[in-house]
Design a binder for this molecule. Structure first.
Ligand SMILES: Cc1cc2nc3c(=O)[nH]c(=O)nc-3n(C[C@H](O)[C@H](O)[C@H](O)COP(=O)(O)O)c2cc1C
Length: 190
């Protein structure tokens, strides 16, 4: 079983991110290949990056960084659930990524994005550039949800429909492929 972390990128009061994240979390909880944990950046509550040393050195001064490092270090794979803010990624996810380096390396990351017509795809294109600097493998098959509020019912539950359900299946299958492929590579690295 691989250790998968689903990261909820948005943190603002009234955000919709957890509604989308709860849906994909349920999908993954039913998948026997992964042991899945939901990480909410609003709960993790990192400050703006405040370490003196480059994360590559892992000379962390703050307890919040040590805690974040321990969580991410355990992971074999990630799914980032994110909206698009002003055609880009929310600052919160970039900040959370910047805190660490080695803990992300040689691990796959898949994306669930949501938004209006563009379905958060511009955010994902930007995020891909960032995660490759950290030697992560961005999974090409993603779940991109346009006009996502149409999928949220009166009980604040995300109802995916056939197309989104299928895209999640494809994304998860591809994420598993990369997870299996990259684990031996990390072991070799020591
Ligand atoms: C600061 C800000 C910028 C936004 N920019 C975009 C955008 O570029 N593209 C888009 O599709 N939606 C945009 N939206 C609308 C979001 O898709 C919508 O508010 C969504 O609920 C945001 O995710 P959250 O609720 O998890 O914060 C923006 C919303 C905010 C608050």
């Amino acid at each position: 079983m691989y250790n998968l972390k689903i990261i909820v990128a948005s943190t603002r009061p009234g955000r919709k991110g957890p509604i989308v994240a709860d849906w994909i979390y349920e999908v993954l909880k039913a998948n026997p290949s992964f042991s899945t944990e939901l990480l909410d950046l609003a709960v993790i509550n990192l400050p703006f990056f405040d370490e003196t040393n480059h994360p590559r050195l892992q000379k962390y001064e703050h307890q919040h960084t040590k805690d974040w490092s321990a969580i991410i270090d355990k992971a074999d794979a990630f799914i980032i659930v994110t909206p698009e803010y002003n055609f880009g990624y929310p600052a919160t996810i970039k900040n959370a990524l910047d805190f660490l380096y080695n803990e992300w390396c040689y691990k796959p990351v898949a994306f669930v994005s949501y938004g209006g017509l563009a379905a958060g795809t511009r955010c994902i294109q930007m995020l891909k550039q960032v995660v490759t600097a950290q030697k992560m493998m961005p999974v090409t098959d993603a779940v991109n949800i346009p006009f996502f509020t149409n999928h949220i019912n009166d009980d604040h539950v995300f109802v995916p429909g056939e197309t989104i359900t299928k895209s999640a299946e494809v994304m998860v299958a591809e994420l598993l492929r990369w997870t299996e492929a990259l684990k031996p590579m990390r072991n070799k690295q020591g």
